[in-house]
Design a protein around this ligand. Structure first.
Ligand code: MG
Length: 282
């Protein structure tokens, strides 16, 4: 199934489930409220009171987590290599995932314009990523059971201010600016996605392919990421975990390339779809 958040006829956003080209409303105020229900209670909240055409509505980010978006740095070998090369460093692979976070205020809708600020950064970059949505409160999840806590998967663009990322010893600042975390367009449940390590993932900037890989290239697969992240730390329904980006990002290209005013960005993941955004830099 595909879950999303859309602007209803009364102007407010509400969650829904996609049935072909139609959206069936869900009666909880937000998708996060829906995820906080026990799984066996959820279907009762699917309602027929509103059935609208997908093409007639504006989408919001499918879910807005209660706290920061969890992310992983350097989780594809070729991306770790290109990053080390661009920085003139020796490649050192971590023995555990490098977790960092993005502020929830960075989240923007699929289809939305990313309003980036030139006075803050001159080096906005793109990172196509598979994002995992957690569906149950959990802690100390064994790797063998980790995929059971996944509600679904979506696409995410981990837009990064590279100059700030370099300048600050910690990545948080360069990863958390407003409009730098588009998510969507919808969350696809695991029964439709199948093996999360067998998905093609690509990124196009203005129609030109920049990234093209497979989630099979992850150094730490989704189950291991969840096991590591939940070790001694509670995960909550609606939490978002971005799983890292493959090679081809802008700063590591020769010459480096960064986002520009008017850019059209397209993250594509097999079985999920396209996350498209435009860029304005003022
Ligand atoms: Mg990233």
């Amino acid at each position: 199934m595909k879950f999303l958040t859309y602007r209803s006829g009364d102007g407010r956003f509400r969650p829904g489930v996609l049935e072909g080209d139609l959206i069936r409303a869900i009666a909880t105020p937000t998708l996060r409220d829906y995820l906080e229900l026990a799984p066996h209670e959820r279907v009762a909240w699917h309602t027929a009171d509103e059935l609208v055409e997908l093409r007639s509505v504006t989408l919001d980010a499918p879910v807005r987590p209660s706290r920061n978006v969890f992310c992983v740095g350097r989780n594809y070998l070729e991306h770790a290599k290109e990053g080390a090369r661009a920085a003139g460093r020796e490649l050192k692979l971590p023995s555990v995932p490098t977790f960092f976070t993005k502020a929830p205020t960075a989240i923007v809708a699929p289809g939305a314009e990313l309003r980036l600020e030139g006075r803050v950064s001159q080096e906005y970059d793109f990172e196509a990523e598979l994002a995992v949505i957690i569906g149950a409160e959990c802690k100390d999840v064994p790797e063998a059971e980790a995929l059971h806590v996944v509600f679904g998967y979506t696409a995410l663009n981990d837009v990064t201010a590279r100059d700030l990322q370099r300048e600050h010893g910690q990545w948080f600042k360069g990863k958390s600016l407003d409009s730098t975390c588009p998510i969507g367009p919808w969350i696809v449940t695991p029964d439709e996605v199948g093996d999360p390590q067998a998905l093609a993932i690509a990124f196009h900037r203005n129609g030109v392919e920049k990234q093209n890989s497979s989630t099979g290239e992850m150094i730490f697969p989704v189950a291991q990421l969840i096991a590591e992240l939940s070790k001694g730390m509670t995960l909550l329904p609606g939490d978002v975990l971005a799983t890292g980006t493959p090679q081809g990002v802008g700063f590591a290209r020769n010459p480096p390339e960064f986002l520009a005013n008017g850019d059209f960005l397209d993250v594509w993941i097999e079985k999920i779809g396209h996350l498209k955004n435009t860029v304005t830099i003022a």
